[in-house]
Design a protein around this ligand. Structure first.
Ligand code: TXA
Ligand code: MG
Length: 323
């Protein structure tokens, strides 16, 4: 079992315990506002290899490198004016920017899967203090076995990976609940590589620009982690359900009351008031609860596609994809 430390009640002790482990190339669980990350020194090849091994993740899949702030980010990535503007407007926060790597900056090829670009993100809160104390970027994918549901609590990390890592830093439930939005600026245009915890509407409002979404059918996978099946619970997943079948668990949104709901194995409402931010924060944890109910499948009622609904629907489509 991993050692647990609360970063809320003991932030200094958490940093003091984490630093020597990170310096020695270990992998630890770090809370961020999106999901818990499996963090290690982004400049140390052994440390990065441990991340891939712990997750069972394919190595062609590059990792997001987390920085304390824009100043640290600019030591590792080349920021065009629009990328810099996005960082200034939305960091710290649930936004990853893909930018060209500064040659010789020290980030290891294993972290970036040999690409000439890097995904950089400045998380909010404790993670940023930890990275500032470490003085270098931390590579951190979500702290779950590859393909499974991302963890939004320290307990989720313990269940999945507690036996494999020395330390889990605990900051209670992640506030945002879905991973960061990934953007890449090209030719003065903002391209969405992954919908996430920062809505496209917010980005468009702040910049006055239209965000270019990937074409769905037959698109080349540009964020290599965007494999079809992902976020998979053990149970099957059925979307846009208007009926709950016998033996199913139901995850609803707002006032939806699908037929057969009273016979569901478990019923969870992502947000009774229809708040998409609340729904995003509950999503992964409710998927795990519904899965634990032993239901053969989980029926989700429809969730609006706007705002954070875009990221929620993206994760649900992957959870429902053929495995
Ligand atoms: O919220 C988050 O982003 C969480 C927390 C821990 O910060 N991290 C996370 O990391 O979701 P991960 O490794 O599970 O997702 C990384 C995604 C993958 O889809 C990967 O392909 C993409 O980022 N990515 C990383 N570097 C990239 C690059 N240079 N170009 C395109 N996509 C990149
Ligand atoms: Mg992940």
């Amino acid at each position: 079992m991993a050692q647990h430390l609360s970063v809320i009640t003991h932030p200094d002790q958490a940093i003091a315990s984490a630093l020597p482990l990170l310096q020695a190339g270990a992998v630890i669980a770090m809370p961020t506002e999106t999901v818990y990350g499996l963090a290690a020194d982004a400049t140390n090849p052994q440390a990065i290899t441990r991340i891939y091994e712990t997750k069972g993740r394919p190595r062609f899949n590059p990792l997001i490198c987390h920085v304390s702030d824009l100043a640290m980010a600019e030591r590792y990535g080349r920021f065009d004016p629009l990328s810099r503007q996005l960082a200034e407007q939305f960091w710290p926060g649930p936004l990853t920017l893909v930018v060209p790597i500064k040659p010789g900056c020290g980030l290891h090829d294993l972290a970036t899967a040999g690409l000439d670009t890097v995904g950089l993100r400045a998380p909010r809160g404790f993670a940023s203090e930890l990275i500032a104390a470490f003085g270098k970027p931390l590579a951190a994918p979500s702290a779950n076995t590859s393909g499974r549901i991302s963890p939004t609590t320290a307990a989720h990390v313990e269940e999945d990976l507690g036996g494999q890592i020395p330390l889990i830093l605990d900051a209670d439930a992640a506030a945002v609940g879905v991973e960061s939005t990934i953007l890449k600026v090209e030719d003065g245009q903002i391209r969405l590589l992954r919908p996430g915890g920062l809505s496209v509407e917010d980005i468009e409002a702040a910049t006055g620009l239209t965000v270019i979404r990937p074409e769905k059918a037959g698109a080349i996978i540009e964020a290599p982690g965007m494999l079809a099946s992902h976020y998979a619970p053990n149970a099957g997943v059925r979307l846009n359900a208007t009926v709950v079948h016998p033996g199913e668990a139901a995850i609803t949104f707002g006032s939806a009351a699908p037929e057969g709901l009273e016979k569901a194995v478990a019923v969870l409402n992502l947000s009774a008031s229809g708040d998409l931010a609340e729904a995003a924060a509950n999503l992964f944890s409710f998927m795990k609860q519904a899965d634990a109910s032993g239901a053969a499948s989980i029926a989700f009622t429809a969730i609006p596609a706007h705002g954070l609904g875009e990221a929620i629907n993206d994760r649900l489509e992957r959870a429902a994809a053929p495995r």
